[in-house]
Write a protein that binds this ligand. Sequence first.
Ligand code: IMP
Ligand code: MG
Length: 173
Amino acid sequence: MSETIREMISEADLEARIAELGEQISKDYAGDSVFLVCILRGAAPFACELAKRITVPVTIDYMATSSYGSGTVSSGEVKIKTDVELSVEGRNVLIVEDIIDSGNTLHYLSDLFKNRNAKSVRLCTMLDKPERREVDVDVDYVGFTIPDEFVVGYGLDYDQKYRNLPYIGVVEL
Ligand code: IMP
Ligand code: MG
């Protein structure tokens, strides 16, 4: 319990950026609706805040995934632990993630929803760490691009801690 957290992105900056994303998404889906698929647990605070800023009709469902493999190194395989309950067929799916690291999770989920006959599939992430990318993914909406540091807060955890921080911080051990 000796780690300290250095603030990287303030609560005000996060919320301002999320409002901009919401505005952009509302324009892009104008005259239509959007089905947010929130990836648990980390993306929940971001997805809630984002949904409040979208002015077209919104549906929200949740999915939990895990990567096979141990530690902090993703093996590339993704397992669905909890699936969405609602059908995505014919819907505009917008996958909402906390952070893209290797890209494996979003790459896998994007294909999955296309195979389930979504009308469209787009990706939205609060944070992007492009230096760590292993597979190419087309991300449509990015909150902030950050350097390769381990971050917590606004849904992101370190050993299940700090998800409740209202800002993004770097763990200093
Ligand atoms: P990937 O893009 O498939 O490697 O998976 C990204 C997932 O790894 C995210 O949804 C997070 O759960 C986790 N993750 C990656 N980087 C961080 C970080 O800096 N802090 C907390 N979780 C992270
Ligand atoms: Mg996650």
